[in-house]
Design a protein. Structure first.
Length: 450
């Protein structure tokens, strides 16, 4: 890397950091600078029940079939929690109440809770049938599948058809749907929800893998509404809302402000520490950490699954520490490589001689040898986060999501951003070990070999 290119690289990184800081702390409205209603991206992060509060509703089961009602209620609660998670409400809490005949749903930080609660409480019956709307509501003899055969329904995107409704069936539903599509090949299968024919898509091929898509030139909103209605039809019992109210935040805005202040103080102390201990290497690490912090918060603001709680803030702080650890591993490796490469060797006659390694070679070897350790160490954390996301409760999911995003971003910053910055700063600085606080081993005569 030439000196002029190093200057350009460092300038670009500094500009990106400044712009990121501006967009993180400054909101614009009323046409300021030609921008309307821009909100600083940290302010767009959804907050959980403990930080902002939300709403709750209690639903009562209505079922003529009392057999295995408790297990069916638990299945319905699990389906509700999965539905809300997929809609971006990762901190929604779904629990059974009373004699396990009621379900309590708590949803944080929502603008339109009535839409969610109406969807949950709406009587949901889902039927796949050859009957068209003109032929009337299907009965049991003309039903291919019901909601119990559907495992999932969601919006997907197809390059040829745009937004589509994607369906996944369970094991029993896969067999039934394969038989139905074979019977109705090049004909329609109607989907009935609550006794209303919602659509009658044409079967283009026999589908035996349990996955199907429904095309129709839908907008995202149309496809999402259909997918949500289909998934709601998979509930085992019919629910009716009997109570709803708001939930106040248990921690409040002061907790968020205090956490942000603590994070900024911690980041400042880390920057001071790495600059003192590693000098020019620490400067590169500090720029990388600032870049990481800004882009980490940006990613938290754009991912729909992030709803920040106190446990989520703990995940952010932990991931910041892990980002520092990655830089420390690399720099320690660089120091070891330089020290071992400048040690004292002895010739065949026993006379001391010095072998020398350049700083550039030590940096290159340090990154190369530290990379496997950093990747291996973070892969275990990623696997743990994935397990917590699928097995843990709502508060654990918040911690797992923020930590997972932070770990991935930190690894990329350490192995890519820090590497580029270190090489750039090296090209601008002198080839002196003292500028990087690199150790030099002395020969017996007492002279340093740099």
């Amino acid at each position: 890397m030439k000196k002029s290119l190093a200057i350009v690289v460092l300038t670009v990184f500094c500009v990106l950091i400044v712009l990121g800081a501006v967009f993180a702390f400054v909101s614009l409205d009323d046409g300021q600078l030609g921008i309307y209603d821009y909100v600083a991206f940290p302010n767009t992060i959804s907050l959980g029940l403990d930080l902002k509060g939300g709403v709750y509703a209690v639903f009562e089961a209505r079922s003529d079939d009392e057999e295995n009602l408790e297990s069916r209620m638990q299945g319905t609660a699990d389906a509700l929690e999965e539905l809300l998670f997929e809609k971006g409400y990762t901190e929604a809490v779904v629990s059974l109440e009373g004699n396990n005949d009621r379900i309590r749903v708590e949803v944080p930080d929502v603008d339109d809770p009535e839409t969610i609660f109406t969807l949950i409480g709406k009587p949901a019956s889902l039927v796949f049938s050859p009957n068209t709307e003109a032929e009337g509501v299907p009965d049991a003899s003309t039903t291919y599948l019901t909601g119990k055969d559907v495992e999932n329904a969601y919006v997907s995107y197809d390059n040829a058809s745009g937004y589509v409704v994607a369906l996944e069936f369970n094991e029993a539903g896969t067999k039934k749907f394969a038989a139905a599509t074979e019977e109705r090949l090049n004909q329609t299968i109607s989907i009935w929800i609550n006794g209303v024919c919602k659509m009658s898509p044409t079967v283009n091929s026999v589908i035996s893998n349990g996955r199907a898509i429904i095309t129709g030139n839908y907008t995202f909103e149309e496809a999402n509404a259909l997918a949500t209605s289909i998934q709601a039809g998979a509930f085992d019992v019919e629910l009716t809302m009997v109570e709803s109210n708001t939930i106040t935040a248990t921690l409040g805005a002061n907790s968020v402000e205090t956490s942000v202040l603590a994070g900024l103080i911690g980041l400042a102390l880390i920057i001071v520490f790495v600059c003192v201990v590693y000098r020019l290497l620490g400067v590169a690490a500090s720029l990388s950490l600032l870049f990481y912090a800004l882009f980490y918060v940006f990613f938290l603001s754009i991912f729909p699954w992030v709803q920040l709680t106190l446990s989520g803030i703990a995940g952010i702080v932990l991931s910041l520490g892990m980002a520092v650890d990655g830089n420390v591993i690399v720099f320690s490796r660089i120091r070891d490589e330089f020290k071992n490469g400048n040690g004292v060797e002895y010739d065949e006659e026993g006379n001391p001689k010095a072998k020398k390694m350049s700083i550039h070679a030590a940096i290159k070897a340090g990154f190369r040898k530290a990379t496997p350790a950093i990747i291996d160490g973070n892969i275990t954390t990623v696997l743990g986060c994935i397990v917590m996301m699928f097995v843990g409760g709502s508060s654990i999911k918040s911690f797992a999501i923020t930590l997972l995003i932070g770990v991935v971003v930190s690894v990329l910053c350490v192995l890519l951003v820090t590497r580029v910055l270190v090489y750039s700063i090296y090209r601008l600085g002198k080839d002196k070990p003292a500028l990087y606080n690199l150790p030099v081993v002395q020969e017996e005569g007492g002279e340093d070999h740099e």
